[in-house]
Design a binder for this molecule. Structure first.
Ligand SMILES: Cc1cc2nc3c(=O)[nH]c(=O)nc-3n(C[C@H](O)[C@H](O)[C@H](O)COP(=O)(O)O)c2cc1C
Length: 286
């Protein structure tokens, strides 16, 4: 998740039964050409398995970026799902979910460039599921190791229900593992997804931001996970605004509206630590 699924958060969710963690989407052209941009991705021995996700609009950028990162990654994913207008204009993200040939070319390039597992993360086609089926079949032929499908179109809001039928169709159209994404906020949501689509796994985004312990069966963020996250974030040198945003998500279900107003206005890491000590007895030191 852009801005969020960095090292500290990946380490946190692994403690709560997440099997595979992805990096935020990284622009392949910037990554391959800028040593400075490459510093934004760091990993370590416990960050495993980690999938590095790239956004790319041509095979060369994608393959070169993947080649650079492959020694430090367990898998490479091509983002074919980002719905933002700027991304569509740049011919990346969800633009690719409507362009099976372009995806095929990029997968051909990456399969020749690296020798680690590769995947794509797609959205359902806005109007014609036959195009989605064509896309996933081509991807399978090109040798991707799994496919993640978000059961909403790029035009849909994340509050709209996911299309289980579309996800099931993707699952039935290929023989490789399929992961389902969209609307997983609890173990019971994951069970419903398995039941309705027969997929091989599920991926959660907003659910995990709100409750990093969801796959371990917690109904809401345990305070121990807040403490763990803050200690990890401090150890990783996480910038204030990322720490702050994560805690706003994690504490959403716990904070009263009055407390939330105070918390949202905090402007430094020491102020956050004071707040956590005062309201929750959570002791973390810089
Ligand atoms: C803050 C945020 C950042 C996201 N960043 C990415 C990203 O970098 N790559 C990606 O494939 N999807 C990204 N997404 C989309 C999610 O992966 C997911 O497809 C979408 O939120 C639906 O899943 P959910 O209902 O579990 O949230 C992001 C979503 C959110 C809320």
């Amino acid at each position: 998740m852009v801005r969020y699924s960095k090292g500290a958060f990946r380490e946190l969710v692994r403690d709560y039964d997440v099997d595979i963690a992805y990096t935020p989407m990284i622009l392949a052209d910037v990554f391959k050409s800028s040593a400075f941009a490459r510093q934004d991705y760091t990993t370590n021995n416990s960050d495993c398995p980690v999938v590095v996700q790239f956004a790319a609009h041509n095979p060369t950028d994608f393959a070169q970026a993947a080649e650079l990162v492959a020694p430090y990654a367990d898998g490479i994913d091509l983002n074919c799902g980002c719905p933002q207008k700027w991304a569509y204009k740049e011919c990346i993200g969800a633009y690719l979910s409507e362009r099976p040939e372009a995806v095929q070319d990029m997968l051909h390039a990456i399969k020749s460039a690296v020798n680690i597992p590769c995947s794509i993360k797609i959205r359902k086609h806005p109007s014609d599921m036959r195009k989605t089926v064509e896309l996933v079949r081509r991807a399978e032929k090109m040798g991707v190791d799994w496919i993640t499908v978000h059961g909403r179109t790029r035009h849909q809001k994340s509050t709209e229900p996911v299309d289980y039928e579309a996800i099931r169709l993707v699952k039935e159209s290929v023989s490789i593992p399929v992961l389902a994404n969209g609307g997983i906020f609890s173990i019971s949501d994951a069970d419903t997804m398995y039941y309705k689509t027969a997929v091989n796994g599920v991926m959660s985004a907003r659910g995990l931001l709100q409750n990093p312990a969801l796959f371990a069966g917690y109904a809401q963020t345990p305070l121990t996970s807040v403490e763990k996250y803050v200690n990890l974030a401090l150890a990783y040198g996480t910038p204030f605004f990322i720490l702050h945003h994560h805690l706003i998500f994690m504490l959403e279900s716990v904070m009263s509206s009055v407390e939330r107003k105070t918390f949202n206005c905090l402007s430094s890491t020491p102020a956050i630590l004071d707040h956590l000590l005062f309201y929750y007895g959570i002791k973390c030191t810089l």
